[in-house]
Design a protein around this ligand. Structure first.
Ligand code: FAD
Length: 414
């Protein structure tokens, strides 16, 4: 297959056309949009395996489960035609051939090849399932797709007790959403507090407080050894690592996700080692080991200026990646420095974290009313992050101090 045309950008650089994006999720659509906004008028093909146009995932564990509505479509239906973006839903990429500059797609059971000039891989994650539990067991759920979230909402209607396995962001949010629907919830987490690996145990204790005072039966320091299935094929409970059984006719598995990269087998495209977070290995602007192939979003493992590898699974990070890759392809320079950010909504509180703090960093709690709180993180006296619950303005005000190294003492005095 011959190589496609070269598109001259307004900056005098060139990019091979068409740009084919694999994965019609947040990263894919943001990239397509940034390319058009940046003046790229060549071909943009967006290949997505799901039957839907790109939609947003954060509402899936929140308003979609509670039924409180909220938009999930990332763009209005007319956007794709207006922006001349060739969106192909129900189209799964099963192989990539960097030498031939083609991808093989499966659509309606048929296989065919799609030629690319530039390829961008934005294929996200799949939810990790509980080992040894068959897919057809009734009452066991994960939350990654809109279908997952709608199925969970439907199951909540007849749930008498829910067990949520894993108190990471999705597990905590699902626990809060089910509680909002008056379903009694046991939330089970092997580490000492919810979110401990992201925010550290000291702040994790404040999240513990939020859950227990809201009425969640939180079991920390305990894993789940077994999901118990009744003779009729429906779930009946879980067995904790200490041997205790928790009866539940709804079980949500919130034990994380992983990039499903089988479609890259044989492509020669380098993957990051598992101990560095796995995913598709990229440099600091999303370039992979193959010419004209980039990766971004949850599936991508980027290298930072210090040579460290990161695979991050947060919404804003994906948006930043998409802007950086578009800028790289179009020869633009990004001048603003983004500060890592994520948020989570639980029990009517917005928990937000800004910065690149480590869970072991020193914690400075500056405000705690028993429910809402604000705290800074520092390392060697330098501010590394801020976290707040119900403290939106104060968290955002700290952004200015995180753009350059700032002594935490200066922030504590400000
Ligand atoms: C339930 C839930 C709640 C969340 N809440 C928050 C939150 O509150 N705050 C926050 O910061 N972040 C949150 N996130 C994380 C955020 O949504 C993700 O970081 C973001 O969606 C990742 O974007 P992406 O484009 O990399 O992947 P995705 O949005 O997952 O999109 C990837 C797309 O690629 C498709 N795909 C995969 N393989 C192929 C293939 N071979 N061929 C074709 N298509 C393929 C997938 O089906 C998918 O549609 C949440 C995530 C989930 C699941």
């Amino acid at each position: 297959m011959g190589r496609a045309r070269s598109f001259e950008t307004s900056k005098g650089t060139s990019v091979n056309d068409p740009i084919v994006i694999v994965g019609a999720g947040l990263g894919g659509i943001r990239l397509a949009e940034n390319l058009r906004n940046g003046g790229y008028s060549g071909g943009v093909v967006l290949l997505g395996q799901e039957p839907h146009p790109p939609y947003d995932r954060p509402p899936l564990s929140k308003s979609v489960v509670t039924g409180d509505g909220g938009r999930v479509d990332l763009k209005p239906a007319e956007f794709y035609a207006e922006q001349d973006i060739d969106l192909r839903t129900g189209t799964r990429v099963v192989a990539v051939d960097p030498d031939g500059h083609t991808v093989t797609v499966e659509h309606d059971g048929e296989r065919s090849d799609v030629a690319y000039g530039t390829l961008v891989l934005a294929t996200g994650l799949v939810a990790r399932k509980f080992p040894g539990v068959a897919d057809d067991v009734t009452g066991v759920h994960v939350v990654r797709t809109i279908e997952d979230a709608l199925a969970l909402r439907a199951a909540a209607g007849s749930a008498t007790h829910a067990a949520v396995i894993g108190a990471g962001f999705i597990g905590c949010e699902v626990a809060a959403s089910l509680h909002h629907l008056d379903v009694p919830v046991t939330l089970i987490e092997p580490t000492p507090t919810p979110l401990a690996t992201a925010i550290g145990e000291r702040i994790g204790q404040m999240v513990t407080r939020l859950h227990t005072e809201s009425g969640i039966d939180l079991r920390t320091g305990s894993g789940v050894d077994e999901i118990v299935v009744a003779d009729d094929g429906s779930v009946s409970g879980v067995v904790l690592s200490g041997g205790e059984r928790v009866d539940a006719n709804l079980v949500v598995v919130g034990i994380g996700g992983y990039p499903d990269l089988d479609y890259l087998e044989g492509s020669g495209i380098e993957l990051a080692p598992r101990e560095a977070g796995g995913g598709i290995a990229c440099n600091g602007v999303g370039r992979t080991s193959a010419a004209d192939v980039y990766a971004l979003g949850d599936a991508a493992n980027w290298t930072d200026a210090h040579g460290d590898h990161h695979r991050v699974e947060h919404w804003n990070h994906v948006v930043d990646h998409a802007a950086l890759v578009a800028a790289e392809l179009l020869g633009h320079t990004i001048t603003h420095q983004s500060v890592p950010y994520f948020w989570s909504d639980q029990f009517g509180l917005k928990i937000q974290m800004l910065g690149a703090s480590h869970p072991d960093d020193e914690v400075h709690v500056v405000d705690d009313d028993g429910r809402k709180f604000l705290a800074y993180y520092s390392r060697d006296g330098i501010l590394t992050g801020v976290i707040g619950a119900g403290r939106v303005g104060k968290v955002m005000k700290t952004r200015q101090f995180l753009q350059t190294p700032t002594p935490v003492s200066a922030v504590l005095e400000s």
